[in-house]
Design a protein around this ligand. Structure first.
Ligand SMILES: Nc1ncnc2c1ncn2[C@@H]1O[C@H](COP(=O)(O)OP(=O)(O)OP(=O)(O)O)[C@@H](O)[C@H]1O
Length: 260
């Protein structure tokens, strides 16, 4: 019998900031092709967990592995190189450049062509340059910004700028995408479109871990939800289980709501 190795494995992770235990004994997995959300009230430890998985913070105890490879001690860019790529809460587009140029900048960061080759217009650089341009168009189409590709990024709505952020993350060719509050600041229609995009990204074989406050969005998109409170997992399961879990309701609404 073969046992499938989970894509992401977080084992016994704890982190202390001085006397504050921000996470303690955190254990969860994400399977290949799964959409998992990490939720919890403010200060529960979601962003801290995200930062540990992506190498922006080192845990005090425990370990994280991806496809069986320990991530301990790896830098964020090394973790991205093995396929785990994140987006950030703040949009990081260059507002005075077009979407296209933003994507080209992102793709050039990934591309292996050395600057001297590109400057000299050597054949390998020319070929790669053409591929990079094609890829920029594909990425803009993928996130639904194909028709706006030559608009200035600064002219986009906040929600659309987040889409550019997702396109930039996709530019790195992730096998797992970590989305940090991707729909914060989006209206209902943008959020709906974004949910479709997440499903589409997953359908192309990308595993997804999401930190998000928008409960209807989380409930509609997730296969499984991990709920944190005060740095500990208080519940884990599919949306229907989580929706009705008394510990989750209590964490969000307080005891009164459960006993009302
Ligand atoms: N660098 C740090 N130094 C000290 N304390 C920190 C640091 N980062 C986070 N914390 C604390 O760790 C706890 C968890 O914070 P974290 O930001 O991970 O929570 P969160 O669930 O993401 O919250 P939110 O939903 O408000 O973003 C909080 O008490 C926070 O104040």
């Amino acid at each position: 019998m073969t046992t499938a190795v989970p894509a992401l494995k977080v084992e016994h992770v704890a982190i202390h900031f001085g006397g504050l235990v921000a996470l303690s004994d955190l254990n969860f997995t994400v399977d290949e092709g799964e959409i998992v959300s990490l939720i919890g009230p403010n200060g529960a430890g979601k962003t801290t967990a995200f930062n540990i998985v992506t190498g922006f913070l080192a845990p005090t105890h425990g370990s994280v592995s991806y496809r069986g490879t320990p991530l301990d001690g790896l830098k964020p860019h090394q973790i991205a190189d093995i396929g785990l790529v994140r987006t950030f809460q703040r949009t990081s587009v260059f507002p005075n450049d077009t979407i296209y140029d933003n994507l080209l900048i992102g793709l050039h960061r990934q591309s292996r062509v050395h600057l001297p080759e590109a400057l000299l217009g050597l054949p390998r650089a020319r070929l790669t340059e053409r591929k990079v341009r094609e890829r920029a168009h594909e990425l803009a189409e993928w996130v639904g910004l194909g028709r706006r590709i030559h608009d200035l990024a600064g002219s986009l709505s906040y929600g659309e700028q987040r889409l550019v952020g997702v396109a930039l993350a996709l530019a790195a060719g992730p096998s797992m995408l970590l989305l940090d509050e991707p729909v914060s600041g989006m209206n209902a229609s943008e959020t709906h479109t974004f949910v479709e995009l997440i499903r589409n990204i997953r359908s192309r074989g990308v595993t997804i871990l999401l930190v998000e406050h928008d409960m209807p969005m989380v409930m509609s998109v997730s296969d499984r939800i991990v709920v944190l409170n005060y740095g500990r997992i208080i519940a884990e399961g599919p949306p229907d289980t989580i929706r009705n879990d008394p510990a989750v309701i209590e964490a969000y609404l307080g005891k009164a709501a459960v006993h009302a």
